[in-house]
Design a protein around this ligand. Structure first.
Ligand SMILES: Nc1nc2c(c(=O)[nH]1)N[C@H]1C(S)=C(S)[C@@H](COP(=O)(O)OP(=O)(O)OC[C@H]3O[C@@H](n4cnc5c(=O)[nH]c(N)nc54)[C@H](O)[C@@H]3O)O[C@H]1N2
Ligand SMILES: Nc1nc2c(c(=O)[nH]1)N[C@H]1C(S)=C(S)[C@@H](COP(=O)(O)OP(=O)(O)OC[C@H]3O[C@@H](n4cnc5c(=O)[nH]c(N)nc54)[C@H](O)[C@@H]3O)O[C@H]1N2
Ligand SMILES: [Mo]
Length: 749
């Protein structure tokens, strides 16, 4: 299973934040979670006196560096942003030309924003009308402004709507496609962007190609394998195109059929085996369910450099295997940073003891499962080789096949050259000098051809396509509801042969859009459209004409295929405000959501949760620990900083429950689960909420599982996992768990 919690790449880069005049941060705590990158935020302050605005339910270390802090109620960012738009439209502070030429659907946004007066926003979000007006004025008047988000926006049932709302705010202010602007999503692990781009996800092929027969056929051809052979790996062709389970709900795949469990659509069987490569498992919401699922599996295989604490959580005795995986220092290959730049990672040491790098573990599996040749064949094709060299040939295979996000230019040779010449690039613009002139560091995608510069700022029409410029992608047809979806007159990237909006480039329209004639030989070689054109003729011709192969369209504020066409506020499934849950109810329950019938409104209305569980539960991160935490809790010095699992609690709230600083306390969840943790007084949380760090494991509902660690492997710090009490609730589009919007009850232990 792969890690793909966050979504959306940075449109700009960390360095480019230094160009911002204002920085608004929703649900991210970079001072803690991206402390090196946060240096650029502070430099923006030094350089431009950039105003830093933090919107978070907690007074974080990032908030401590902010000019303005708004303590928002969890899960109410959509009303907050509509409130900003309400003020922006009322004062005419929006960028009218940008909206007219480059955005579709703002009329609907305008109507919704009109409903969110500052007073109404104050009631829903807990942020005063005055503060909302102050923030809006500062942010709208200090352009370019950059908008930052991370997990505080995504880990909600409405997470996907949050991630549409934020770009809409930026589009309205004309903050997209400019240096110092953009939506800059601070991603998680070093290569989480790369993992997402390769679609270690259950609903797409690599490069976001989707699961249609057409996509499968493109990959079959590109991998040099027979499409029917590939199809034969599935029960039938319907399952071949069906989305799989997600990491968040895999447990339902095991437990379905038991009383009260969500139903599944899995071609007739429950899941029987689990193979984990690079996920901590104790980081998944609903740990009691996860434990039960682990206990009910026939086989568990955990490939990890450490003891994966799934093995500690489960009571399963047989057929649990720990495979020693090598770490990133013992292998090499390309990794993709949060701003779409690639870097080559060189091996530091040989794999230690009997450990093996992940790719070797996978190759060994493929051999034993009987498809090693098919699995590795794609690496031989580019240069018609007999044997491959990993990872160079894998990187070159990716460059050969992935057109959708423009990875053609990412050959292993070029990526190594960038890493080797790291010192020749500017940290703000990413521009290279000397031998690296004309290229941006890490060739941020799209990097359309083998000589393309890379694109440091997405959607920037002030640069030529050759130098990283582009409009918005033409992805959703040419018109909708009678309105043209292509960009307006004169809004093509600089130096382009076509000055206006244009469709994505296909073999059919290339001559008319570019105003060129193809030779007979070219016509024979060219692919059907830019996404499947392995001849690269489309991309090469487009570069000459200054045309972005993916078209030049309007960004869409309205998505007519989503449950909410424009982002709408909906209360979390477990809301402390029952009055608002009635007014802004959740979605209808969703059948077959990544194979699982997932509850929304039925959960929200099951009872008035807030009566028994009146306190908001917020979870998140600490600077000294990472993810599920095993890697760092196994380090004596890092563990020493937080030797025990704790709960940040306001002294006022604690006093009401007879809890003193340092007492043990119980946190109970609506699911009937509980954890025992140490109370830590903190004014970072208000009296209506508590905060739990997510990095602990090794205790379960009050029980110490220390005796279950294999000899010599117990980490220096163990404790309850916050995810034993995070509530049921999953994003309507992506199925990310609602780990940042739930309820709990507390008592002194
Ligand atoms: N030290 C350290 N660094 C890390 C990690 C780590 O574990 N440790 N993990 C890495 C990974 S995988 C990721 S994804 C990133 C995550 O980086 P962040 O997203 O910054 O991490 P979190 O602390 O989970 O959440 C950020 C903030 O969201 C706030 N929040 C919660 N609910 C809401 C809400 O409804 N609205 C708003 N506006 N804010 C809300 C929380 O109070 C918290 O301060 O960090 C990466 N960096
Ligand atoms: N309550 C709550 N839960 C959350 C979150 C939250 O904010 N609140 N955040 C969520 C987010 S954004 C994320 S990303 C997840 C993170 O949670 P996890 O995905 O569990 O993150 P890590 O602890 O980084 O887990 C990585 C595992 O991979 C192992 N590993 C490290 N290097 C290698 C390698 O090279 N090969 C292999 N095979 N294994 C390796 C580590 O030892 C570790 O066991 O947690 C999610 N869960
Ligand atoms: Mo993450």
């Amino acid at each position: 299973m792969a890690n793909t919690w966050g979504y959306g790449a940075m449109t700009n880069s960390l360095g480019d934040i230094q160009n911002a005049k204002a920085i608004i941060i929703f649900g991210a705590n970079p001072a803690v979670n991206h402390p090196v990158g946060f240096g650029h935020f502070l430099k923006a302050k030094e350089r431009n006196n950039a105003q830093i605005i933090v919107v978070d339910p907690r007074y974080t270390k990032t908030a401590a560096k902010a000019d303005i802090f708004a303590q928002i109620r969890p899960g109410t960012d959509i009303p907050f942003m509509y409130g900003m738009l309400n003020i922006i439209f009322k004062n005419g502070w929006e960028d009218k030309k940008f909206i007219k030429d480059r955005v579709y659907g703002i009329e609907d946004i305008r109507k919704e924003a009109a409903k969110w007066t500052p007073e109404k926003v104050a009631d829903v979000t807990g942020v005063s009308a005055e503060k909302l007006m102050q923030i809006t004025r500062v942010y709208a008047k200090s352009t370019p402004g950059t908008l930052i988000w991370a997990m505080g926006l995504t880990q909600h049932t409405i997470g996907s709507s949050n991630t549409r709302m934020a770009p809409i705010l930026q589009l309205c202010l004309g903050n997209m496609g400019v240096e110092g602007g953009g939506t800059n999503i601070l991603r998680g692990h070093d290569n989480v962007q790369g993992a997402t781009d390769m679609c270690c996800l259950s609903h797409t092929l690599p490069g976001y190609y989707g699961l249609s027969a057409g996509s499968w056929k493109y990959f079959a051809k590109s991998w040099g394998v027979d499409y029917e052979w590939l199809a034969g790996r599935f029960k039938d062709k319907k399952m071949m195109s069906a989305k799989g389970f997600t990491l968040a709900k895999w447990y339902s795949g095991v437990l379905a059929g038991k009383p009260g469990e969500d139903k599944i659509h899995n071609a007739g069987t429950n899941l029987k085996a689990l193979f984990v490569m690079g996920n901590g498992i104790t980081s998944i919401a609903q740990q009691a369910k996860v434990k039960e699922a682990l206990d009910n599996l026939e086989l568990i295989v955990l490939a990890d450099p450490f003891v994966n604490e799934a093995a500690i959580l489960t009571d399963k005795k047989d057929d649990v295997f720990l495979l020693p995986a090598a770490t990133q220092f013992e292998t090499s290959g390309s990794v993709t940073a949060t701003n779409r730049s690639a870097q080559w990672r060189y091996q530091v040491v040989e794999p230690m003891y009997e450990s093996k790098p992940d790719h070797e573990i996978m190759f060994e599996f493929a051999k034993r499962l009987g498809f090693y040749d098919e699995y590795t064949k794609g690496m031989l094709i580019r240069e018609n080789k007999k044997t491959f060299k990993f990872p160079e040939d894998a990187t070159d295979e990716i460059a050969r096949i992935i057109k959708t996000i423009g990875l053609t230019g990412w050959t292993s040779k070029r990526l190594k050259k960038h890493t080797d010449n790291w010192h020749m690039f500017d940290e703000v613009s990413l521009r290279g000098t000397g031998p690296m002139k004309g290229e941006y560091y890490g060739l941020p995608w799209p990097c359309w051809t083998e000589s393309h510069s890379g694109s440091p700022v997405l959607y920037n029409i002030n640069r030529s396509v050759k130098e990283g410029g582009m409009g918005f992608r033409n992805r959703f047809g040419l018109e909708h509801d009678g309105q043209n979806l292509l960009a307006g007159k004169g809004s093509a990237p600089k130096g382009s042969s076509n000055k206006d909006g244009y469709a994505e480039i296909t073999a059919k329209n290339i001559e008319s859009v570019l105003g060129i004639k193809l030779s007979a030989a070219e016509k024979k070689k060219i692919g059907k459209n830019w996404k499947v054109d392995t001849s690269n003729i489309i991309a090469e011709k487009c570069m000459e004409a200054g045309i972005a192969p993916y078209g030049n369209a309007k960004a869409r504020a309205k998505v007519w295929t989503f449950p909410d066409q424009i982002p709408m506020h909906r209360e979390p499934l477990h809301s402390p405000r029952q009055d608002l849950a009635k007014k802004y109810p959740s979605y209808k329950d969703k059948a077959n959501h990544y194979r699982v019938d997932t509850k929304y409104i039925s959960k929200q209305t099951e009872k008035d949760w807030s009566k028994e569980f009146p306190i908001n539960l917020v979870t998140g991160r600490l600077v000294n620990l990472n993810g599920a935490g095993m890697e760092n809790r196994a380090s004596k010095y890092l563990a020493e900083l937080t030797p025990e699992m704790f709960c940040d609690i306001h002294p006022g709230l604690a006093a009401n429950h007879g809890i003193r600083n340092g007492d043990m306390m119980w946190v109970h969840s609506p699911e009937g689960t509980k954890i025992k943790v140490k109370a830590k007084f903190s004014y970072s949380v208000s009296e209506d909420r508590v905060f739990l760090p997510m990095h602990f494991a090794g205790h379960f509902q009050g029980e110490d599982l220390s005796h279950k660690y294999p000899e010599g492997t117990k980490p220096y710090a163990v404790g309850e996992s916050a995810n034993t009490v995070t509530n049921y609730g999953y994003d309507i589009v992506t199925q990310i768990p609602e780990t940042k919007g739930g309820l709990c009850r507390i008592e002194k232990a």
